[in-house]
Structure formats: structure tokens, C-alpha cells
Design a protein around this ligand. Structure first.
Ligand code: ZN
Length: 534
């Protein structure tokens, strides 16, 4: 019975964990790397055909975005997720595939001109559509037997519509261990979403630590501050540009803007126009409706029962085509533009940044976490005086705001409160989904509080019955470090590394084998090593 860390180990994106029980493997989350800093890129550290089933904590792309690749490479099992997660995934994965196709086309046009080989997209829309028939929609708080000695239960994580913690019971012979996967831990009082729940028991916990070193300012009133930025900017003739995750942050912004208009909090520009320039966000917004009533919080349910659409207001326009999107930049009427992607590494937001970053009278408002290596992180951390967009140098002269209060991730106190709710301390807490230093420092915070905690390395393997690490895992190499040394890992080398990871897993599976067999296996590996150690 083992736990494997295939992603988001000492980094924020690419969540992907594995459990093995009775020789069958289940993945928990299958997220896309964003920011592309991990030199292993989007490659899986296992053979997708070996995976029996997948359980998803929520629909965000850093937890779900490699599902089409998994299916393309041979996965055929079931994918368990809550009902809203399944609904959101259908639009989310199609959109992600569309971006992959666009980017591959762009890369290939550029590659052909420079004489480089061309390469296909990571996956296509047709690949994404093969995921949907595998989805099994589930309800919160019901124990589901997923076969092979594993049972699961989803609990509300208060992070996104349908987001969940996964409680997993694994049974081998007469022994059962319970592992809880936190996914992303939400915050109380978030618009439309119920407050995060607490879990009381687990043998092991795999928990996120995105904001494991930060505390939110309790006095920050998001609605008032957002109203101030809108009024100040629009009254000077500028635009407010909001890069926002199409699912989650976009709906939060719409919810707050409806309130700003209803309470007339920007009185000098009361009828300000708002453009939602993301067909994906528009499709997602439609899902946050009456049919999701069972998953929305009391306040949202109350608005709906009074006939008020929580995400709709006078002056809101939806942009569909990319021509309409480009025309927005020719129209000088001051406006609010909400567009994705939230970390600015793809999508229409990049056009809006190109046309607004250099204008002093404009403002850019960030509302979510910006991963290392993304354009959003470069802007928000003020790392450069300008950025290159579509081959053009663009100066950063507008005002930049970072509304951390809008994050749907628990801060340090929230994370400590969540883990503190376990009545008995788990045998071990694995801290993941945070930048390397944050994973380590948050694990230390837990140790100080009497927990046994580690920040597992990428590809590490833990034996859940023996409660010990059986493979330490690898140091994460970053692309920028490899580039500094003038090297790039080739696809064939990555294949060799994958074969190495598989060998380690095969070794751990033979742990109980006869001494004679183990000796023979060791001799064969030694012979192979002697041959290649040159
Ligand atoms: Zn998330």
C-alpha cells in the first residue's frame, strides 16, 4: 500500500498523486503544469495504461488539465468527481485543448521559419472529449466503493463550485488506512461558495500549502477597495483590466461588481461597462445558476429565490469572437475588462495587457495566485520595467493591484486551523502544492505543533502500512537552471528517467519477495548499471 508524489511536490501547479492498493493504482488529480518551470514538463512519471482510476478534487486546470493526455496515452478507467466538477470540466478541458492547439500552430509556424522540427499539441479537443464519458458524477458526503480495496468520500472544500477534499479508505488484507487529500483548501465567506468543512480523522493527510507563509489582512474590504480602483481609474479615462481564472475568480468579480453597482459604490461612474472577454468564463458563469442550488451558499440561494441573478447586472456584456475582443481596444470608453488566463500565460488577456499596461491612466487588478515563471508573476512582483507581448516591448506604466483577499486559498492561519481540526494527529502530514521553500517552512510549522510532517520530493514513494519513505524522490530541476547550464533534457533522456522511476516502483512491489528472487533481481540491476556506468 503506497502513496506516490507525481506532481505539485515542492511546487504549486501540476497536482498529481498516486495510491497503490492491492497492486492497483489510483491517481488523485491530474493537473497541468503552469509556468513550465519544471524541466519534466507535462510528462507523466508512470505509464497511463497502468492507472486503474482517477479521483479529482476540483476542476481547476492545475488539478485536472492533463486528463486528456492521460486518456490519449492509454488510460481507460473511471474518473470520480463531484457533479459540479464534472460540469465544469466539460468546458474547461475543451478550452485547455483549444489553447494547446492554438499554441502548437503558433509554435509550428515559428519553428518552420527558423528551420526547427514541428510538434503537435499536447492534446486536441477530440482528446479532451474522450475524457467526458469516463466521468462519474458524485455527491458530497457519501461513501463510494471504487473497487480494488478503495473507498472514497468527497467533502466540501469551500474553494470553488464543487471543490472537495477526498477521504480515501484503503484496505489490504485485514489492514485499512485512511488518507485525506486536501486538494485546495478554501476560505470562509467566499461569494456563492459554502464555507470549507473540517475533517476529524485520518491516518495520513496530503495537504496544500499555497499560502503557507502568508496571512491575509483581516481589515481589507474587497468590495470597497475594488470600487475605489474602478472609480479612480475610469474617471481618469483609463481601463481596469482584470486577469482572472475563468472559473472561480471571474464569478467572484462579477458577484462583487453587482454589489458595487447595487450599492452605488462608484458614484462618479455609476453605469460603467463591464466586458467579460472569455467564452470559457461565460460558459462557466452559466453553470453557477439555479440548477446548482444544492452546492451554493445561503446568501446566493437567497438572492436567487428573490429573483436576483447574483452574477448579472446592467452594463455587463459578454464578448464571444476574437474580432470583438480586439475591437475592445479600439474603443476608448473607460471600462472594466475581465479576461483569462488568470496567470496571463495564455489567452485573450495578453492582448488587453499589450494595449493597457503602458497607459498610466489604466489599472491591472490581479485576484489569484501567480505561479513562478508566469507573466502574471513577473508583473505582480514588479520584476521588469516592461514585458514582451506578441513580439513587441511593452512598458509597464499603469497601476498594478494585487487583491490577495480574493484568493480562494486558505492563508497560513486557515491551513493551521484546518489541520488542527483532526482529533488525533495523523501518522504523517505530507505538505505539497506550495513553492519549495513554503512547503518546507509549512512542514516545519507543523512539526513545531507536534505533527510528523514532510515536504515530499517529486516522484517520492511512501509505504502506508510501514509508515516510512521507500524512495526519497528527485530534486526538481527548473528549465531556467538547465538553460543557464546550456542544456535541455531530450525526450529520450526523459524516457530513460521514466524507466528509472518505474524500476523503483517495481523494486518496492517486490519487497516481500523470496530472498533468492531479490538477489537475482539485484544482480541483474547491478549488471545493467555496470554496463552503463561509463
Ligand atoms: Zn484550485
Amino acid at each position: 500500500m503506497k502513496l506516490m508524489f507525481y506532481g505539485a511536490a515542492r511546487e504549486v501547479t501540476g497536482s498529481c498523486h498516486g495510491v497503490e492498493v492491492n497492486g492497483r493504482k489510483t491517481l488523485v488529480d491530474c493537473g497541468l503544469q503552469q509556468g513550465s518551470e519544471n524541466a519534466f514538463g507535462q510528462n507523466f512519471q508512470f505509464h497511463p495504461g497502468e492507472i486503474d482510476k482517477v479521483v479529482l478534487t476540483h476542476a481547476h486546470i492545475d488539478h485536472s488539465g492533463r486528463l486528456p493526455l492521460l486518456v490519449k496515452q492509454g488510460f481507460k478507467g473511471k474518473i470520480y468527481a463531484t457533479e459540479p466538477t464534472c460540469r465544469l470540466l466539460e468546458i474547461m478541458l475543451r478550452d485547455s485543448a483549444h489553447i494547446q492547439e492554438l499554441e502548437a500552430g503558433w509554435r509550428n509556424r515559428k519553428g518552420r521559419r527558423s528551420g526547427d522540427d514541428t510538434s503537435g499539441p499536447l492534446y486536441t479537443i477530440a482528446d479532451a472529449e474522450k475524457v467526458f464519458p469516463l466521468l462519474i458524477p458524485c455527491h458530497y458526503n457519501k461513501i463510494i466503493d471504487i473497487d480494488g480495496g478503495a473507498k472514497i468520500r468527497f467533502a466540501d472544500a469551500g474553494h470553488l463550485l464543487g471543490s472537495s477534499y477526498v477521504e480515501m479508505w484503503l484496505t489490504e488484507g485485514s489492514r485499512t488506512k485512511k488518507v485525506v487529500f486536501s486538494g485546495d483548501i478554501g476560505v470562509p465567506d467566499h461569494p456563492m461558495i459554502c464555507d470549507p468543512t473540517f475533517i476529524k480523522e485520518a491516518d495520513y493527510v496530503v495537504m496544500e500549502s499555497t499560502y503557507g507563509n502568508r496571512k491575509r489582512s483581516p481589515s481589507f474590504d474587497t468590495v470597497t477597495e475594488l470600487a475605489k480602483v474602478i472609480e479612480m481609474t475610469l474617471s481618469k479615462g483609463g481601463n481596469v483590466v482584470c486577469p482572472a481564472f475563468a472559473i472561480g475568480r471571474t464569478q467572484d468579480l462579477l458577484y462583487y461588481i453587482r454589489e458595487i453597482k447595487e450599492r452605488n459604490l462608484a458614484p462618479s461612474v455609476p453605469d460603467f461597462p463591464v466586458f467579460l472577454d472569455s467564452p470559457l468564463a461565460t460558459a462557466a458563469t452559466k453553470i453557477y445558476s439555479r440548477e446548482m442550488l444544492g452546492y451554493l451558499d445561503e446568501e446566493a440561494a437567497d438572492l436567487i429565490s428573490r429573483g436576483i441573478q447574483p452574477l448579472s447586472f446592467e452594463g455587463l456584456r459578454y464578448i464571444e469572437t476574437s474580432d470583438e475582443s480586439k475591437q475592445l481596444n479600439d474603443d476608448r470608453t473607460p471600462k472594466v475588462i475581465i479576461s483569462s488566463s488568470g496567470m496571463c500565460d495564455a489567452g485573450r488577456i495578453r492582448h488587453h495587457l499589450k494595449h493597457n499596461l503602458w497607459r498610466q491612466e489604466c489599472a491591472v487588478v490581479f485576484t489569484g495566485f501567480q505561479a513562478q515563471g508566469t507573466l502574471g508573476r513577473i508583473i505582480v512582483d514588479d520584476l521588469m520595467p516592461g514585458v514582451t507581448l506578441f513580439g513587441e516591448e511593452i512598458a509597464i506604466r499603469c497601476r498594478i493591484f494585487n487583491f490577495r483577499s480574493m484568493s480562494a486559498h486558505a492563508d497560513m492561519d486557515g491551513l493551521l486551523e484546518w489541520i488542527g481540526a483532526f482529533e488525533d494527529k495523523p501518522e504523517c502530514v505530507f505538505v505539497v502544492h506550495g513553492e519549495e521553500e513554503i512547503c518546507k517552512s509549512f512542514a516545519n510549522q507543523l512539526i513545531v505543533r507536534g505533527h510528523r510532517a514532510v515536504a515530499p520530493k517529486f516522484t517520492s514513494i511512501y509505504d502506508l502500512l510501514d509508515n516510512e519513505t521507500v524512495f526519497e524522490g528527485r530534486e526538481l530541476k527548473r528549465r531556467s537552471e538547465l538553460k543557464q547550464h546550456g542544456r535541455r533534457e531530450s525526450a529520450v533522456y526523459q524516457r530513460l528517467m521514466l524507466a528509472g522511476t518505474r524500476l523503483i516502483e517495481v523494486i518496492t512491489r517486490n519487497r516481500e519477495g523470496a530472498n533468492k528472487d531479490l538477489a537475482k533481481f539485484a544482480d541483474q540491476i547491478d549488471a545493467l548499471s555496470n554496463k552503463w556506468d561509463r
